[in-house]
Write a protein that binds this ligand. Structure first.
Ligand code: FNR
Length: 374
């Protein structure tokens, strides 16, 4: 059965289709130096039929790192490595944004310059775990140091410099990583941000730093059509929660919409079989705030099957859907959607670290057919 009439395969704005690739940390950069390499270029090139590839979360400065072997965008060598990636994707007709990342307190001293403490809004330790070397053994995060008020503009500047490097590296745009418990999320939510300066306390104060970053990145890119922002408003883990996600993220979304950003991207859930009932009310309220203020597209993410994604776009819930795990073993996901499948299942053991196995070895339907007829 074919499914070539799928609305997911129709274009939107400057994007060839609505089957986007969500950012996926794969920890395969060249160490030392966190440098994007040829294997990574092959991986992204193989997925160039996405309406948009959002490349993996990429640290914007030396203090922004929180996991071993994640590629950066703060040195000349990293920039050159990314240029080779974007050239390969563009040669295949693809489009690629870079996700700009500062992990904040989700890090370990071993990943920081001179073994310093990671920085965050406060000195409260993150309860999540990280990996600090190629063994990928999970380690506790280190106790962070609370950023001083006067240090905040420097981090905003790091986001702007990384944006300029991303542009020089040939990306078509950047996505600001405001999701999943990292630095911007730590400032946004009242469960974590207990600061008493102008960057904490009231909702307006908590959004001060994230919106400064969004403004600086948009200015550095030079055009809001090259900027997206990712949130995960309903995810909850220990202190990483908010007492009123609808108010917090609708206000943030209005601020982002006022900058005319190209898209707002939300991780709605990681598991649709136990969907938080608040998704149905909170997400549309946030999207409405974003669009009413002047923002363009809403990109939905989170455990979508192709059929659920089709329904989401068809019903007007989302303008496009970003798939994460499905892209890992299905490098030609849009072609598979056009054919109505089949889809391979991802293999979690090869998500992080390692080489080609579980990364670049998956064949397209076309390659499978050619192999069958040879
Ligand atoms: C992720 N996710 C993620 N999110 C993000 O904003 N930046 C990132 O770099 C990563 N890295 C990452 C690595 C791996 C291996 C997984 C499985 C997930 C989250 C991801 O983008 C997405 O939100 C979730 O995977 C849920 O979507 P799917 O996979 O159900 O379509």
């Amino acid at each position: 059965m074919t499914n070539s009439e799928s609305v997911l395969l129709s274009p939107i704005e400057s994007f060839a289709n609505r089957v986007w690739m969500a950012p996926l940390t794969r920890s395969r950069s060249t160490m030392p130096g966190n440098i994007p390499n040829d294997l990574m270029a092959t991986y992204y090139e193989q997925r160039a039929t996405a309406g948009l590839i959002i490349a993996e979360a990429t640290p914007i400065s030396s203090t922004a790192h929180g996991y071993y072997a994640t590629p950066g965008i703060h040195t000349d060598a990293q920039q050159a490595g990314w240029k080779a990636v974007t050239d390969r994707v563009h040669a295949k007709g693809g489009k690629i944004f870079l996700q700009l990342w500062h992990v904040g307190r989700v890090s370990n001293n071993a990943l920081q310059p001179d073994n310093q403490a990671p920085v965050g809004p406060t000195d409260v330790i993150s309860q999540s775990k990280t990996y600090i070397d190629s063994s990928l053994e999970r380690q506790d995060n280190s106790k962070p140091r609370a950023l001083r008020t006067e240090e905040i503009p420097g981090i905003v500047e790091d986001f702007a410099s990384a944006t300029k490097r991303a542009k020089a590296a040939g990306f078509d745009g950047v996505e600001i990583h405001g999701a999943n418990t990292y630095l911007l999320d730590q400032f946004t939510r009242d469960g974590v941000n207990t600061r008493t300066d102008q960057y904490g306390g009231s909702l307006e104060n908590r959004l001060h730093f994230p919106l400064m970053v969004a403004r600086a990145v948009t200015e550095a890119w030079g055009d809001p059509s090259g900027v997206g922002y990712r949130i995960s408003p309903l995810s909850e883990h220990k202190d990483v929660r908010d007492s009123d996600p609808q108010a917090t993220f609708s206000t943030l979304a209005a601020g982002l919409g006022a900058l005319n950003l190209e898209y707002l991207h939300a991780v709605e859930t990681w598991d649709r079989t136990s969907l938080d009932p608040r998704v149905e009310t909170v997400i549309p309220a946030i999207v409405k705030s974003f669009k009413d203020a002047g923002g363009k597209l809403y990109i939905a993410n989170g455990d979508y099957s192709p059929q659920q994604a089709e329904d989401a776009v068809d019903s007007g819930w989302a303008d496009a859907v970003a798939f994460g795990r499905p892209w890992i073993p299905n490098p030609d996901l849009p072609a598979r959607i056009a054919m109505g499948g089949p889809y391979r299942e991802p293999i979690p053991e090869s998500f992080y670290g390692g080489g080609a196995e579980g990364y670049t070895e998956f064949q397209t339907l076309k390659q499978e057919e050619e192999a069958a007829h040879s």
